[in-house]
Design a protein around this ligand. Structure first.
Ligand SMILES: [Zn+2]
Ligand SMILES: [Zn+2]
Length: 361
């Protein structure tokens, strides 16, 4: 007889991640925090085939100077390379049409991850009307970071186990030293997507699986990824045709390259940086049980996700940039939709909850 039926606690973990100490502005009621209990943590540990001692023995350590330096190198070099590529190919392999398409599809798909996969489907930090749910689900899928159920399952597990051995995409998984850090960076970047499906992740998304719309978006994941590459190509071709250009096919292919493939690289790279940089570098304004940091660069580039220490402290908040100067594009968008009735019950932490969790030094 299998032991797994005796471990029914993980769906409770998902609800704990989705609603700790947050005021529901719509109903005006405070939801008290539900800490992740040791028994629930043990259940996940057992599902992963590890002993609790193994997990505790490898609890995270703060990032070393070497880790910071190598990560800086890995993060910055591809971005410089992209800038040099655009500059050197200008007018030959890229034009303003392709650059605009890359920007538009970057915002659409990175926004699909932040506004959709992360803040809506995983954390339920606000409510949205059905058409908005569909659109943010499709846009998030076009970022090619795994299907909606897989992404949400992994991310709920990340919150429960951030920076310990059960974290699905911790950059600290391969130890110190340059090679260990590079391997950890690759693992946190996209490697984790190809490392099979650990046991028990489905248990984190029992609530989401009940929704036929989510199941539909999830099932067609590959279609959405292909659409995210083909669509900018088609648009580039049509715009070139409309402008009377004679290189419609080439422009279309370049649209798919810059708006599809290169944009995918950019979104992957920036999202990975939340998993790596924002668990290594930046300020820690609030108490959280991990190494999460607020990083201003990725606060901007990742549309607000870089205020990651705030997010780990208040996972169910729709707003990650909690200070006036911490610009959070995703929250601005979610809030704007609420004014026209497309979203509602947008959750933010109560001031007293923030004060209670604020780090003293
Ligand atoms: Zn994190
Ligand atoms: Zn999260």
């Amino acid at each position: 007889m299998s032991a797994t039926p005796s471990l029914p606690t993980l769906p409770l973990v998902a609800s704990a991640i989705a609603a700790p100490g947050i005021v529901d502005k719509g109903a005006g009621k405070v939801v008290e925090p539900k800490p992740v209990h040791a028994a629930e943590r043990d259940a996940a540990t057992e599902l992963a085939g590890l002993s609790r001692e193994e997990v505790l023995a490898t609890e995270h350590e703060p990032a070393s100077k070497l880790e910071q330096a190598v990560t800086l190198f890995i993060v910055v070099v591809p971005l410089i390379g992209l800038g040099v590529g655009i500059w050197s190919l200008w007018g030959v392999g890229i034009s303003w049409i392709h650059l605009v398409l890359m920007g538009v599809f970057y915002v659409l798909t990175a926004g699909g991850i932040t506004v959709g996969f992360h803040r809506y489907f995983t954390h339920k930090s606000y409510e949205a009307v059905r058409p908005v749910q569909f659109l943010i689900g499709v846009c998030g899928s076009m970022a090619a970071q795994g299907s909606i159920l897989r992404w949400a399952g992994y991310h709920r597990r990340h919150h429960q186990h951030s920076d310990d051995t059960l974290d699905p995409h911790s950059p600290h998984a391969y130890g110190g030293g340059v090679w260990g850090i590079i391997r950890g960076a690759w693992h946190a970047h996209v490697g984790w997507l190809f490392e099979g499906h650990p046991k028990g992740v489905e248990r984190y998304v029992v609530d989401l699986k009940k929704d036929p719309l989510i199941r539909f978006i999830d099932k067609l994941f590959v279609v959405w990824v292909v659409l995210g590459i083909v669509l900018p190509g088609v648009i580039a071709g049509l715009v070139t045709y409309w402008m009377g250009g004679d290189n419609v096919l080439i422009s279309g292919l370049l649209g798919a390259l810059w708006g599809g493939v290169v944009r995918l690289f950019l979104v992957h790279h920036v999202t990975w940086s939340i998993n790596s940089v924002c668990h290594i570098w930046g300020s820690r304004d609030f108490e959280s049980h991990d190494e999460s940091r607020n990083n201003v660069i990725f606060g901007i580039l990742a549309l607000g996700e870089g205020w990651h220490n705030n997010h780990h402290a208040f996972p169910a908040s729709a707003r990650h940039g909690l200070k006036w100067w911490q610009f959070d594009a995703s929250y601005v968008f979610i809030k704007a939709l609420s004014y026209v009735g497309l979203t509602r019950d947008v959750r933010v932490p109560l001031p007293e909850r923030m004060e209670a969790k604020r780090r003293k030094n």
